[in-house]
Design a protein around this ligand. Structure first.
Ligand SMILES: CC(C)(COP(=O)(O)OP(=O)(O)OC[C@H]1O[C@@H](n2cnc3c(N)ncnc32)[C@H](O)[C@@H]1OP(=O)(O)O)[C@@H](O)C(=O)NCCC(=O)NCCS
Length: 191
């Protein structure tokens, strides 16, 4: 008998590979809105503006790196979402969208890929997020990229999650009274 803490049977698929993704997109939006830091949502003039910042560029420009964890038992149910970008330096769109983007720009050539990740609140701590991250790291390694990074805040719970998933190169910086934590992972081809 399976329990709530067992890893659910799931399949990772890229949004760009799905033939009719619209119903999934609505689930993706709902997961982002429910699991984001409420301050981030409240800082935007509307939910649509929040999604324009955190989802639209990834949908438009990186659908192959927008990864969905899909429940294999309930077809079409999204358990978690990873929005990825393989080229943080070249993707100028993020310069104005993410306040910390410029703060760590000097590290982008060593760790060119970045991502954000959100899992449905009912399916956390069951390995879904780790599966998504491992899949993205494998994609980046396969593409020959030298590193991957994400930015979070020092001292928050997800830091342990990222460190357990291999993001051990930490750089902390501050801007406008806020502290940001860059976590990077170097990639070696074929490993
Ligand atoms: C962080 C997150 C993506 C991890 O996915 P997951 O499927 O729960 O992860 P796993 O089961 O592989 O690993 C469990 C770890 O995830 C982290 N985690 C679980 N629930 C979390 C939550 N509500 N908030 C932050 N981190 C959480 C913890 O580090 C946890 O380990 P712990 O129980 O020992 O503290 C997911 O919990 C989530 O969406 N959290 C809220 C949004 C968030 O923090 N996103 C990252 C923004 S930088």
């Amino acid at each position: 008998m399976s329990t709530a803490s067992d890893p659910p049977p799931l399949r990772i698929r890229a949004y760009g590979d799905i033939a009719a993704p619209e119903p999934l997109r609505r689930q993706v939006e709902a997961i982002l809105l429910v699991s984001a830091n409420p301050r981030r949502v409240a800082a935007e003039p509307s939910q649509a503006a929040f999604l324009d910042r955190w989802l639209t560029p990834y949908l438009a420009d990186y659908p192959e790196q927008l990864l969905l964890a899909l429940d294999e038992e309930q077809e079409g149910r999204v358990l978690g979402v990873l929005t990825g970008c393989p080229d943080s330096l070249g993707a100028e769109v993020f310069r104005d969208l993410h306040p910390y983007y410029r703060l760590f720009a000097d590290l982008h050539s060593d760790y060119p890929a970045h991502f954000h990740i959100n899992c449905h609140p009912d399916h956390r701590s069951r390995g879904v997020g780790s599966r998504l991250v491992r899949h993205f790291v494998t994609l980046c390694r396969g593409a020959g990229l030298p590193g991957v990074h994400l930015v979070t805040a020092p001292g928050v719970r997800n830091v342990g999650f990222y460190r357990r998933n291999g993001f051990s190169d930490a750089v902390e910086r501050g801007e406008s009274g806020r502290s940001y934590l860059f976590l990077g992972q170097r990639l070696v081809a074929g490993v």
